[in-house]
Design a protein around this ligand. Structure first.
Ligand SMILES: [Zn+2]
Length: 416
């Protein structure tokens, strides 16, 4: 049984890696040197060539990083790396909670440290070369520390909570953990913009002026009260632009990147905002939260059955079973299920994107929205012709051409 679980884990790790590489390969095959007809009028020759180079560079880089992680995980499994760390922390303390915290702390930190060269290369070489990088070394280092601290704090609290529930609450485990995670998710959804974002970025309320006036005009038409519009200093790290909706109820806010404001025309910004309001009006925020809770419910349910089996710890080399070794094995075994859930969540998300686009279009902002998306796609050298299977697995948004066609269709025009 222990051997079987070990080989199932190895099989899953290899399958995951091959699947990712296959999807990357499919995208690689869609790279073309000359501009395809469907992108005429979107990309000019030079920008198009640059976008294909960017795609090639990123695929090659992903090949290196994912192969590196793949080898590390295989070495850890075949050379009993997890068992080594288990022994090490067991010699430090007998307290189960401290051992688990040390185990994941050391593991997480080491994995982060050995991948730092890749992170540096990605930002300071690739993004720099293509003109996107704005991150300074200082920002990079500070971000690293803050990220690790927040990760350790949130991860540590959740780990201790789940372990406590496991050892103290018996058959109530599922219900209590689910209750805790739901409360935490709702809290984070509501306060993310107030608690986490300010640690990394500055958010300033949108100033009075013609943009604000145009937005107020739209919101009156749409019957939506927008009193929390913030500009975030995304330009601190990258030239790439974005906009998003966050929070629930009266804590809701729309966040626009400063890079978006500087690149788009006023009507295009209002169109992007109309799309974001669409997400809110159509209850996508609540649906998204509900789906992520369903995902947690499934995972905790399976964890409840799996974690009591000592074979899980033994499969990755433990000499005596422990919660954290079981959790590592469970995490590896759960990966195919999480891939399937990821695909389903992306399908829902792409549907929501079409609906939010359609909402913006129904207020007369369809053309401006597409124009705005084209500007953003071109300036971020997006790959506009990804392979459909890659889109199916990984894209949370439909491609630009798909969105453009959907809006054209609604307007009764010919799709391109
Ligand atoms: Zn959207």
């Amino acid at each position: 049984m222990v051997h079987t679980i070990f080989w199932i884990i190895i099989g899953i790790v290899i399958f995951d890696y091959l699947l990712e590489k296959f999807l990357d390969y499919l995208n690689y095959t869609s790279i073309q040197d000359t501009i395809p007809d469907q992108l005429e009028g979107i990309y000019d020759e030079e920008k198009y060539r640059k976008s294909q180079q960017y795609e090639k560079t990123n695929l090659a880089f992903s090949m290196v990083t994912s192969t590196f992680s793949f080898i590390i995980i295989l070495v850890l499994l075949f050379a009993d790396g997890f068992a080594f760390l288990d022994n090490y922390v067991s010699n430090i303390t007998h307290n189960e909670y401290l051992r688990a915290l040390l185990f994941f702390g050391i593991f997480g930190l080491s994995m982060d440290i050995i991948t730092i060269p890749f992170q540096i290369y990605g930002i300071f070489v690739i993004e720099e070369k293509f003109g996107f990088n704005k991150t300074t070394v200082h920002t990079f280092i500070i971000d690293k520390f803050k990220g690790l601290l927040i990760g350790a704090l949130i991860g540590g609290v959740l780990l201790v909570f789940i372990m406590w529930a496991w050892s103290e609450t018996g058959n109530w485990f599922w219900l209590i953990v689910m209750g805790g995670i739901s409360a935490f998710s709702i809290f984070m959804t509501m306060f993310y913009s107030r608690l986490i974002v300010p640690l990394f970025n500055k958010q300033t309320p949108l100033e009075e002026g013609s943009l604000k006036l145009a937005i107020v005009n739209f919101s009156e038409k749409a019957g939506f009260k927008i009193d929390n519009i913030f500009i975030i200093d995304g330009s601190k790290r990258s030239t790439k632009a974005n906009a998003y909706f966050s929070g629930l109820g009266h804590k809701k806010r729309i966040v626009l990147y400063d890079t978006l404001i500087s690149e788009l025309k006023e009507s295009e910004i209002v169109a992007v905002l109309a799309h974001e309001v669409g997400h809110y009006k159509l209850k996508h925020v609540y649906l998204g939260l509900l789906l992520s809770l369903l995902q947690s419910a499934l995972m905790i349910g399976l964890l409840f059955f799996a974690i009591s089996k000592p074979e899980l710890s033994f499969a990755i080399g433990a000499t005596s079973p422990s919660f954290y070794m079981g959790l590592v094995a469970f995490g590896l075994l759960f990966s195919p299920i999480s891939t399937i859930i990821g695909i389903m969540l992306n399908m829902v998300s792409r549907k929501h994107e079409y609906q939010a686009d359609s909402f913006a279009n129904s207020y007369g902002y369809g053309v401006e929205l597409i124009d705005g998306l084209i500007v953003l796609s071109v300036s971020s050298l997006s790959n506009l012709t990804p392979h459909w299977l890659y889109v199916f697995f990984h894209y949370s948004h439909p491609t630009l051409l798909q969105r453009k066609n959907a809006i054209m269709k609604q307007q009764g025009g010919d799709s391109i």
